[in-house]
Design a protein around this ligand. Structure first.
Ligand SMILES: NC(=O)c1ccc[n+]([C@@H]2O[C@H](COP(=O)([O-])OP(=O)(O)OC[C@H]3O[C@@H](n4cnc5c(N)ncnc54)[C@H](O)[C@@H]3O)[C@@H](O)[C@H]2O)c1
Length: 295
């Protein structure tokens, strides 16, 4: 494989493009928003500068990697020579199904189509294409250049050959791929989201405050970040939508989202990206300050 097309240039897409370019692949980065593409290139350059200053790559490698990335607002142009597509567009089922129908039409017939979705069924995505055996999940973690894990998700119809190719390719990116089957939440979010939800219930029921809950999990369980801070970092809207996928997918009330989470999302307090969730975020400050609403 030589040519990789990354669809969506947001938080995840720019990180995925960064890693493939760093490891020598030609990358076509596609987004419907020209502005998002410009921002992505600036972010990749800044993150590569950081790698240079840490001695992880040198200036020549940075320049060569940046030159391997081309940007496109036309999906058709951006995927026409692709050996592999990694779709990292907005987490909405309609957007993904529409994209995969088009990808099936515009890409060469041997191209593997992967999705970085956190929660949407790979089987369902594969079923809208004529090549469900070549549709697979590549669930990278944020921030992509730093995090080692790739959760490789086999849809119901994904072939062994394609799974093995994606496992090997991920190892070649210096990642640690783990193969899992396609059930709601896969493995990562099936375990993480109920923990976050339970932490929110613990707060909601007044068992303890925000700092106390996060401290118990940090110092008692050696988690690098408490579950409430992590929820803010992931985005409370994202946590809510994944919990809904688990709840709908398994039909089990244990996955029902905490009403406090629902309220916070409806009120627009979605965590770090909106400036406030369980904590309050001030641009430029790294201090962790509990939101006034919980004092
Ligand atoms: N943010 C995370 O921590 C994280 C972690 C793992 C997986 N994911 C998954 O990665 C995917 C992307 O998430 P994100 O956080 O990078 O989102 P984001 O909102 O930062 O970026 C999404 C990008 O997709 C673009 N887009 C929307 N529709 C498009 C289309 N039809 N064609 C091309 N581009 C389109 C948007 O313009 C935007 O730039 C989602 O499926 C999400 O579930 C996110």
């Amino acid at each position: 494989m030589k040519n990789i097309s990354v669809i969506g240039s947001g938080t995840m897409g720019n990180g995925i493009a960064h890693v493939f370019a760093q490891f020598g692949y030609s990358v076509s980065l596609v987004d419907i928003s020209a502005n998002a593409l410009e921002k992505a290139i600036a972010t990749i350059r800044k993150n590569m500068d950081r790698q240079v200053s840490k001695g992880l790559i040198d200036e020549a490698e940075k320049t060569a990697s940046m030159e391997r990335i081309k940007i496109f607002t036309s999906l058709e142009d951006g995927v026409k020579d692709a050996d592999l597509v990694v779709e990292a567009a907005t987490e909405k089922i309609d957007i993904k199904l529409d994209l995969f129908r088009k990808l099936d039409k515009y890409t060469p017939e041997n191209c593997i189509l992967s999705s970085n979705t956190s929660s949407i069924s790979i089987t369902k995505i594969g079923a809208v294409t004529e090549r469900p055996d070549k549709v697979i999940g590549m669930h990278f973690m944020n921030p992509v250049p730093v995090m080692k894990l790739v959760e490789v998700i086999r849809g119901y119809a994904t072939s062994d050959e394609v799974t093995n190719q994606i496992m090997e390719l991920s190892k070649g990116l210096n990642k640690a791929p783990v193969e899992v089957n396609d059930y709601p939440g896969f493995v990562a979010n099936r375990i993480l989201m109920p923990m976050i939800n339970e932490a929110i219930y613990t707060l909601y029921e007044g068992v303890a405050g925000i700092e106390e809950i996060d401290t118990v999990m940090k110092l008692g369980m050696a988690h690098p970040m408490g579950p409430l801070q992590l929820a803010d970092f992931i985005g409370l809207d994202v946590c809510l939508s994944i919990l809904k996928v688990l709840h709908d997918g398994f039909g089990n009330p244990k996955y029902a989202p905490c009403p406090l989470l629902v309220n916070m999302v409806e009120a627009g307090y979605k965590g770090a990206k909106t400036g406030e969730g369980f904590y309050k975020y001030t641009p430029g400050s790294k201090e962790l300050v509990v939101s006034e609403r919980f004092k």
